[in-house]
Design a protein around this ligand. Sequence first.
Ligand SMILES: *Cc1c(COP(=O)(O)O)cnc(C)c1O
Length: 397
Amino acid sequence: MPGFELFGDAERQSVSDVLDNGVLMRYGFDGMRKGHWKAKALESELQNTFKSKHVQLVSSGTAAVSVALASAGVGAGDEVIMPTFTFVASFEAIMMLGAIPVLVDIDSTLTLDPKAVEAAITPRTKAVMVVQMCGSMGDMDALKSICEKHNLVFVEDACQAIGGTYKGKPLGSIADVGCFSFDFVKTITCGEGGAVVTNNKDYYLNADHYSDHGHDHVGNDRGAETHPFLGYNFRISELHAAVGLAQVKRLPDFLAIQKRNFDIIREELSQISEVEFRTVPEGGEESCAFLNFFLPNLEIARKVSKAFKENGIDACFHYYDNNWHYIRKWDHLKNLKSLFPISEEVRKGLQYLETKTFEQSDNYIARNLSCLIKLSWTEDEVKERAKKMAKLIKENL
Ligand SMILES: *Cc1c(COP(=O)(O)O)cnc(C)c1O
């Protein structure tokens, strides 16, 4: 996955364009720019990548999720349904707006279980956020129809799934509003950065203004711009956008390498009858950023994970025991450890976490291993790795 593995002359040249004119800011300073508008150019590249009308770059994937929700009008006291298996950014971005994250079970896709979503809807529910974890996706048709039926905003966090598709559409472009991250370890990196993707012009204009202090971006005198509403600063810099612009042009190459490496390992592991791959919904194509599979039980998954680590198979994660991606280890959320007072509404809204259990999610995450697919491996290295992984799995069954 990480695009930084293949940094080269293109990235260097793009950053040096920005340093040559000295304009590190994405807005204004038209006369000094010598024609370089890296953030704007990256937004227009991404419109093609995501086959979407509008893209707003922001400072991170976490910011993208918050800006997307804010742009769709989600705020204080609103409930946002999200999965138990995701990145901590999901609940952070929701809580930043004073909204309440409602965590629900995942299914064998490793994303939202539509039945669990439907069961969690209350009169306060405003949005459903699917997180396309580890390069694959949820059942988008089922989730979309639930959102339409209940008049909810459908948000798609595709931070880990650039290049994946569902029924021919790029992941991140299917829901009402999509979010991407270009942080250092994502398939395309800016160092730090993110994007809000939508076909909804109102959401786009809201995201454009909100991520830059509410500036309306009319005319070319920033001081003369008006503020139709309150905003914040989630801008990306030209330096970051310059790296991303060089990287996004290489995306088709990155995806081809990812797929080659993924297919080699998947083919080898598919020879083992006890290995079961994640469910990919009909019509879905994974981005191949990760290969995810289930082992028969928690004990075996722990043994295989340990054997992988001890034998040089790096970057295979057992998220059941990992602090970043699964509810089981999020004590700071469950205990509401905040630096500043949290509103009574959110405090009450999160009380369910003191007692709620997630057996269905536990069952999938306990047995799952998630192996990062790197871009820098040669074909021979991948073949050797695949054989070694298969051997270690068999030895620990
Ligand atoms: C990386 C990631 C984010 C957050 O992105 P940052 O750019 O690191 O803030 C959000 N959601 C998911 C699923 C991610 O993997």
